[in-house]
Design a protein around this ligand. Structure first.
Ligand code: ZN
Length: 336
């Protein structure tokens, strides 16, 4: 039987969130188009529930071109049996499914970036409807949210786990605890101006403890990034107590850093071809040269130099060589 979430959303499904066991199905997003009059867009959803315990919402494919999380969660869906769970897992491996199928950051249907669309709109375009469903239906029934991102086609990260600093001491301490449990080479705390249009902010508005990641990027699936993601998710589920911790000893996240305000970011000032002088993981100084933008259509013109505006470690770097004025070329983090 098809279940509607009590008129809260136009998205409906046949999953019963309160039923014990494993249900693999689709959310149905009504979308009437030129090629499908009464059709719906399918968004894969899995519920794995066993008795009482916390509810964890696991999402990936919020940006369609970030693949490590999508692979990690699809594997988790196939591997985990209800008997291994104490509580409930809600797993959506391709949250913006149209974007994930197209391998694009934004949806090809409405050109919207899901992670800039919260709190969404019940009666809006498909991406806005997804944001609204997550914010008004899924997050209110969740205790924890793990939203797996990576750099996508245009950025490459050191595989990282991240949280937002909220100013609420109890909440920040809890989030730091799960960030440390995730493991891997790097954790960062976003301490700069708050972005209130993302899933992390939606989780915060719902009082849900939230964890994010930036696992790699470049529109690829990195071997190391995937290893960090798979282990990290299991480590966090173990800490929360919704599953047994993975076998073997898990080292905590090696290095905890902070990403501050706009001066941690470097942007292209010209259109051209960017030549970086330093690579991911480098420790850099304020005013140090990062690289140069070349003008291949006018080789007589001297390249324009690009400098860092802050001390720190290079944790994220633009992936493609060609760049436009305004593109993010890199961002830094500092030890916390
Ligand atoms: Zn992303």
């Amino acid at each position: 039987m098809a279940l509607q979430p009590e008129g809260k959303s136009r998205i409906w499904s046949d999953v019963d969130f309160d039923k014990n066991g494993k249900q693999i199905s689709w959310l149905r997003l009504p979308y009437s188009s030129n090629i499908s009059a009464y059709g719906w867009l399918p968004i894969p959803i899995t519920i794995i529930k066993n008795g009482k315990g916390p509810t964890v919402l696991l999402t990936a494919g919020n940006h369609g071109d970030e693949y490590e999380g999508q692979v990690t969660l699809a594997k988790l869906i196939r591997a985990v049996q209800p008997s291994q769970v104490k509580g409930r897992l809600i797993i959506i491996p391709a949250l913006n499914t149209p974007a994930a199928l197209a391998g694009l950051r934004c949806s090809p249907i409405d050109d919207l970036n899901l992670n800039r669309s919260f709190p969404g709109n019940r009666d809006g375009s498909p991406t806005q409807m997804i944001a609204h469903y997550v914010e008004s239906v899924l997050l209110p029934m969740s205790d924890y949210s793990i939203d797996l991102h990576s750099g996508g086609r245009t950025l490459m990260y050191i595989p990282s786990v991240l949280i937002r600093r909220t100013g609420d001491k109890k909440r920040d301490a809890k989030q730091l605890e799960i960030l440390k449990a995730f493991g891997g080479p790097l954790g960062f705390i976003i301490a700069g101006p708050a972005e209130n249009r993302g899933l992390g902010a939606a989780a915060e508005r719902n009082g849900v403890i939230s964890l994010g990641s930036e696992l790699g990027g470049g529109g690829t699936v990195g071997v190391e990034a995937l290893r960090v993601a798979e282990r990290g998710v299991r480590n966090v589920l173990g800490l929360i107590g919704v599953m047994a911790p993975p076998k073997g000893k898990s080292a905590p996240t090696e290095r905890i850093t902070v990403v501050g305000g706009p001066d941690y970011y470097v942007y292209a000032t010209e259109r051209g071809l960017f030549e970086p002088y330093v690579d991911l993981g480098a420790m850099v100084k304020k005013n140090q040269l990062f690289g140069a933008i070349h003008f291949v259509d006018n080789p007589a013109r001297a390249p324009v130099q690009v400098r860092f505006a802050h001390d720190g470690m290079l944790i994220c770097k633009r992936f493609p060589g060609p760049t436009e004025r305004g593109d993010c070329l890199a961002h830094l983090a500092t030890d916390s």
